[in-house]
Structures are given as C-alpha cells and as structure tokens.
Design a protein around this ligand. Structure first.
Ligand code: GTP
Length: 364
C-alpha cells in the first residue's frame, strides 16, 4: 500500500474507501483504516515478539525483530550504543510496564523480497536485452517475461530500458556465488554520514541481539531447511549453493506440491536473506547464531499486527501495576495474628472480674 500510494495515490484512496465501506458493515467496532508507516511496522513487530516472550513485563533483555515482507523489510532492536540523538528518525521511545525503551528501528521500502527481485532483474536488464542468464534461478528454468510488468513499480520504474524489446527470456544458470554478486548490487554501502551505517546511508547502531527473524525470513529458510543458526554460516552458504545448483526439473520433481512461482524463487530469496543480513545489516559469522528464524511464539504469529492491537487497546500499561507489599497469604497471616493478640488482650482486661478460686479455704 505504501508503494501504491507513491505510484497512484488515487488508487490507494479507492482501496481504503472500499475497505472502510466493507468494515463499517461488519459487526466490529470499526475505528478507521490507514497505511501503517514503515517505522510503526518495525516497532510493533518488536513489541509483538517481546510481549509474547514475556520480556516486557519482567523487564528482561529484549529480542531484536527482523521482518521481511514482499515490498519492505524492517530491523528493530535496543542497543546500549543508541540513545536516539544521532538519528532521531530511527528512534521510537516506549514506556512499558514501568521501563523506558529507546528502540532503534528502520524500514527499507523496496527491500522486501519481491521488490528486490525486481531490482536484481533490473540490474541484469539495464540494456534491454532479449534474454538474460540469471545465476539466481535454477539451470533449466526459462520463462518469457514482460518489460512493462517488471518495471511497473516505483522501486525500478526510473530504470526502465529504452530499447524496443517488449519481452525478454529469463533463463536460469543456478550459481549462488554469482547470484550473491547480483544481489550485492542492490546495496549501496559507499556513503555514510553517521558514525556507522547499514546500507543506503542509513544509520544503524552496533547490533545487539538476540534477534527473531519472521515472515518471509521464516518461509524461505524453513523451505531450505536452514532455520538452525547453530550451523556455521559457511555451511549454510554451501547448502544454499547446492540448492541453487540443482536443476529446475529436479527441484520441481522434489516438490510437486509447491507453486512453481514460489519454488523458482527460493534460491534468489535465500541468497537475498544471507546477503541482507551480512552485507546489509553487518551480521558476522559469529553474530549470525544470535538470530532465530521464527513463525509463531506461543501459538501466535510473529508480526506487527498483535503489537499494533496491544498498543491501540492500551493493553500494555506504561507503568508496572502496583505490587502489594505482601502476597495474599501474608496478609491473611498478619490479620490472624493481630486478631489473636487482640483477643488475648481482651481476655486479660477482664482479669479483675475473674472468680478468686485460688484463695485458700478458711480453717475453722
Ligand atoms: N514461501 C512462502 N512465501 C510466502 C507465504 N506467504 C507469503 N509469502 C511471501 O512472503 C513475502 C512476505 O509476505 P507478507 O508477510 O504477507 O508480506 P507483506 O506483509 O505484504 O509485506 P510488506 O507489504 O512488504 O510489509 C511475500 O513475498 C509473499 O509472497 C508462504 O506461505 N510461503
């Protein structure tokens, strides 16, 4: 919706009109619909992960959140080296359960896996050729693709080649290492006006984990059987290289139940994920093991939606609830002891009225 709003705000308004009309007729208390900002998407994903892990209530060290969508990607984490001053646009302040958090968050529009695929194809079709041999697709893969469709996104529209070709043949050659070079071309790491950056001149403080990586991070790494981050990064790359080098016919035979479009893109998407993490966000072979690829936490989907709902309904208090000085059982014991003491004092206060049965009988 953020991309559509850039490309055609009238169309985006009409989507919201239709959504609003439909939801107003539903039994829900409809509060309005709007486009979530990238910063909100990142921050609420972080709230979801840490809320479900019970880290906020207990004031424990928090988990960073890595979200990969189709159009955008977000990174959000608490870093001791970040107080918000160097790049206020990347700072979101929260007070939750009596603890203050200064969250670093950034959303990269156009860096979701579908838009990055367009950028990688744009990189390879700059001169408007009739065919390309793409290392990110399997050997034996071949599809005719339309230039107008490929460049129909604000992420690539300004790069549309001027050549006369309407279509190109997209052929795969299945080489992970060459694919990595293509993917690297979408990251500009040449400029940084801050003390340190991720890519495209965006400030990023020192990484501080652990991290939870969800949405398409999970879909892709789960398909590739690479969710175990205790496996050394080099071995992960080798496994992905083997997948990319597998011929397209073999891949299709191995996974007849999976849609061809998804199936054909796992080599590219896996390469993008590893390149984004290492070249983009600067995870090292060591810090890679601090990432957990997750789909659900305690039965709930990791993603921005739960965090957004918790915020909207004020379900996470800013202050920790007042904790009683004593637990309930303690109060019962104290009240019982006080009652017994008062009863004893009452009995003693009646002492003058007690019968004098202890006097010795008179001897006649
Ligand atoms: N392999 C696989 N991919 C999926 C599945 N569901 C969604 N995807 C893809 O994963 C990516 C992310 O999907 P979503 O999380 O729905 O993306 P989104 O929230 O629309 O993304 P943004 O708009 O960028 O925030 C997209 O490229 C989807 O096509 C699935 O079940 N399996």
């Amino acid at each position: 919706m953020r991309l559509l709003n850039i490309e055609n705000s009238g169309a985006s308004d009409r989507v919201f009109q239709a959504v609003s009309e439909s939801l107003q007729k539903s039994p829900f208390s409809f509060q309005g619909a709007r486009i979530l900002s990238g910063q909100e998407e990142g921050a609420f994903g972080w709230v979801t992960v840490n809320y479900l892990d019970d880290r906020l209530k207990q004031g424990l060290e928090t988990t960073g959140a890595l979200d990969l969508g189709g159009a955008s990607t977000q990174i959000s984490f608490i870093s001791d080296s970040f107080d918000g001053s160097e790049s206020p646009a990347n700072s979101v302040a929260f007070r939750l359960y009596g603890n203050d958090y200064n969250l670093y968050t950034h959303s990269f529009l156009c860096y979701g896996k579908d838009q990055v695929l367009r950028m990688a194809l744009a990189h390879q079709t700059q001169s408007g050729p009739e065919s390309i041999l793409d290392p990110c697709f399997h050997n034996g893969y071949s599809k005719i693709k339309n230039y107008t469709e490929l460049y129909n996104s604000p992420c690539v529209s300004d790069r549309k080649p001027t050549s006369a070709n309407q279509v190109f043949t997209h052929t795969g050659k299945g080489n992970f290492y060459q694919c990595q070079e293509v993917v690297k071309s979408v990251f500009d790491v040449s400029k940084c006006k801050y003390s340190q950056c991720s890519f495209n001149g965006i400030f990023q403080p020192i990484l501080q984990g652990p991290f939870g990586a969800f949405s398409a991070y999970y879909f892709v790494m789960n398909f590739l059987n690479l969710t175990d981050t205790s496996v050394p990064l080099q071995s992960v790359k080798e496994a992905l290289a083997r997948h990319c080098a597998t011929p397209w016919d073999t891949i299709k035979k191995q996974h007849p139940e999976i849609k061809e479009k998804y199936l054909s893109e796992y080599c590219f998407s896996g390469t993008y994920i590893l390149t984004l993490l290492t070249e983009g966000y600067n995870f090292t072979a060591e810090s890679y093991s601090s990432i957990k690829f997750i789909k659900k936490i305690k039965g709930s989907d990791a993603g921005w939606t739960l965090g957004y709902m918790l915020n909207l309904t004020n379900m996470i208090p800013a202050e920790a609830p007042d904790t009683p000085l004593l637990p309930h059982a303690g109060y019962v014991s104290v009240v019982t002891i006080i009652a017994l003491v008062l009863f004893a004092l009452f009995i003693l206060s009646l002492r003058p009225l007690w019968p004098r049965c202890s006097q010795k009988p008179e001897i006649v």
